[in-house]
Design a protein around this ligand. Structure first.
Ligand code: ATP
Length: 596
């Protein structure tokens, strides 16, 4: 059994495209097939005692039946039962072992894949989506890998051996007593068809409820603050009511048809058919009364496996959907890794004719070129949505540009190993990401070998040391547990993280929104100390950053429309001058001073 291949390797081979489910299960296909076979064999053997009872009864009642023959029949039945149970147990163990293997394998493979996807991919996705695939969907696969195939094997084995036995005993009576089962499938098919007709409405109804719930919850602060005009609440109520009606329409035909189908294969119905048909056959002189016994014992035993087969198809549907999402994560496009990483020579950054579109055909950046000379400060300004953050993300290789290139120290970013890249280019963005770990570990994320002294020095420079000491366990306090930090404090923690890495280039999105005046002046103080002597690219919101920048890039609708220093750009009377007149760049000192 080839269990060593990875799900990532399980891509189409030789032009054959496998379904997501088959691709996900590919590494454990051998073990699952063996588990299903063992289960089927076990179920067959476990049913032998039923035939044994009928045989023993016939021996006991016939004149030729010796106690020796009866003893052998008992021994064979008991041995079959135990062997069958042993095989079923072995199959369950094998399936659970395979499940454990694939769960571990998938989690590792997804983790490896996510390490290679562009950083921009994460900002586009809610972490709940990734969590769902990594945790919930892999959990859903458990019912398939650990239970579906063994259950299927048991059900098929039991049905096959029972049907074969009945036909071998009397094929004519077998045909009659098995009639409820095709009828069961007929009603089942009708039930599925009836529910399928309403399935689209159910899915649409559920989506409407989802949207209405989000709208209802998001709108709650507005409702509380500005009064309830009833809109979101009405839409929520209407969606819930409509879903209740749709669901009734969906379940009514389903429940009726399923009730009929289940009644048909209830053991008592099946036994009734066996007894009636058997008595008829006896009356017709086709069989002896004793010959009804094997039918009475074995036929009702078919009901449970058939119902089981029906139930496990639900698991299969859920597992297929889960496998699709897991496989989609495994197929996430990755950033091409450099064949042999080149080391940048120096820290000059050149942006050469860069264009980028998130959605094909809608460019967000168009043919942008500029240089960042070492040790200089560059401010990017422009209207909202102009493409400033996109430019910063391209420099951090959150994704690669569609056209043009960006070089660091003469080397295309695509040829620089990410470790080398982030050692040279640090960043502090407004969207701070902290991990569930101690404050010290969060600061030392890119430099795990840093000493406590180095961590504290970085925190001092970032103006956050004093605040950390106020936490219950100081640097050992854990984020989200006993370290609850404000937006501005989190920002300073991420500055400390960048300080520790000591990169020659720093890209920052100036924080203004998240921080109060006091926190903002602490952030600015930290940044200006840290930025000294480095190449700095700032998405600028502050007057002093813009005024003192060595170079200002004015971006409008994805194009670099003006470039220069403050005084020169004002004199041009262009977009920069207009933005300036509109008072877009506020002096934060105004904010820091209390109004009197
Ligand atoms: P702001 O000053 O308001 O932050 P910005 O100049 O930084 O704006 P960007 O965030 O770069 O602008 O966005 C530029 C354009 O690209 C906008 O129209 C935005 O809607 C779009 N955009 C940004 N991120 C994505 C994304 N992940 N997918 C699709 N479009 C995006």
């Amino acid at each position: 059994m080839s269990d060593s291949s990875s799900p990532l390797d399980a891509a189409p081979v030789g032009g054959k495209v496998r379904s997501p489910l088959r691709r996900v299960l590919y590494p454990i296909r051998g073990r699952l097939a063996l588990a299903a076979l063992l289960s089927a064999a076990g179920a067959m053997l476990a049913l032998v005692p039923l035939a044994g009872v009928a045989h023993i009864a016939q021996l006991a009642l016939s004149e030729s039946g010796s106690s020796g023959a009866i003893g052998w029949a008992i021994a064979a039945s008991v041995a079959s039962l135990f062997t069958g149970m042993t095989l079923i147990t072995a199959a369950e163990l094998l399936a659970h072992q395979a499940d454990n293997h694939i769960t571990h394998h998938l989690r590792v493979a997804i983790g490896q894949r996510l390490m290679q996807v562009p950083l921009g991919w994460f900002s586009e996705r809610a972490s709940s989506e990734v969590k769902r695939a990594m945790q919930d969907d892999i959990g859903t696969l458990h019912s398939l890998t650990a239970h579906f195939f063994t259950t299927l094997g048991r059900a098929v084995g039991a049905v096959a051996v029972s049907v074969a036995y009945l036909f071998a005993t009397d094929w004519c009576l077998a045909l009659v007593v098995l009639l409820p089962f095709p009828a069961f499938f007929l009603f089942l098919h009708r039930a599925i068809k009836a529910s399928a007709a309403h399935m689209g409405d159910v899915v649409t109804g559920m989506a409407r409820i989802d949207n209405a719930v989000v709208e209802f919850i998001n709108g709650m602060p507005l409702v509380k603050a500005f009064g309830d005009h009833g809109n979101a609440q009405d839409r929520y109520r209407a969606a819930v009511d409509a879903f209740a009606d749709t669901f009734t329409g969906f379940t009514r035909p389903l429940v009726t048809a399923m009730a009929r189908a289940n009644a048909l294969i209830a053991p008592v119905t099946v036994l009734g058919v066996v007894l009636l048909a058997g008595m008829l056959f006896v009356a017709l002189g086709r069989i002896e009364p004793l010959q009804i016994l094997p039918f009475a014992l074995v036929t009702p035993g078919l009901c449970a496996p058939l119902q089981l087969l029906h139930y496990i198809t639900h698991d299969l549907n859920n597992a297929v959907a889960a496998a699709q999402r897991v496989q989609a994560l495994l197929d996430t496009p990755v950033l091409p890794a450099p064949a042999a990483g080149s080391l940048p020579n120096g820290s000059e950054i050149r942006v050469e004719r860069v264009s980028h579109a998130y959605v094909p055909g809608t460019p967000v950046l168009n043919d942008v070129s500029f240089n960042l000379a070492p040790g200089t400060t560059t401010a990017i300004v422009g209207p909202s949505g102009a493409g400033k953050s996109t430019l910063a993300r391209l420099l951090l290789r959150f994704f690669d540009p569609d056209a043009g290139r960006i070089t660091l120290g003469g080397v295309d970013l695509r040829q620089v190993e990410s470790r080398e890249l982030y050692r040279r280019i640090g960043f502090v963005l407004q969207d701070v990401r902290l991990i569930h770990a101690s404050v010290a570990e969060n600061i030392a994320l890119g430099q795990p070998a840093a000493t406590r002294e180095q961590i504290e020095t970085a925190a001092r420079l970032a103006n956050i040391h004093a605040r950390i000491l106020q936490l219950p366990r100081g640097y050992d306090s854990v984020i989200g547990e006993d370290a609850q930090l404000s937006g501005g404090e989190q920002q300073r923690l991420s500055i400390a993280r960048a300080v520790l890495l000591d990169p020659p280039v720093l890209i920052l999105d100036e924080a203004t929104a998240a921080a109060d005046a006091e926190s903002e002046s602490a952030i600015q103080d930290a940044l200006s100390r840290f930025a000294k002597g480095r190449t700095l690219l700032v998405i600028a919101h502050r007057l002093d950053t813009v005024m003192n920048a060595d170079q200002i890039l004015v971006i409008d609708q994805g194009a670099l429309c003006e470039q220069g220093r403050h005084a020169g750009l004002l004199a041009r009377q262009g977009l920069y001058a207009r933005l300036w007149e509109q008072g877009r760049y506020q002096n934060t000192m105004d904010k820091a001073l209390p109004a009197c």
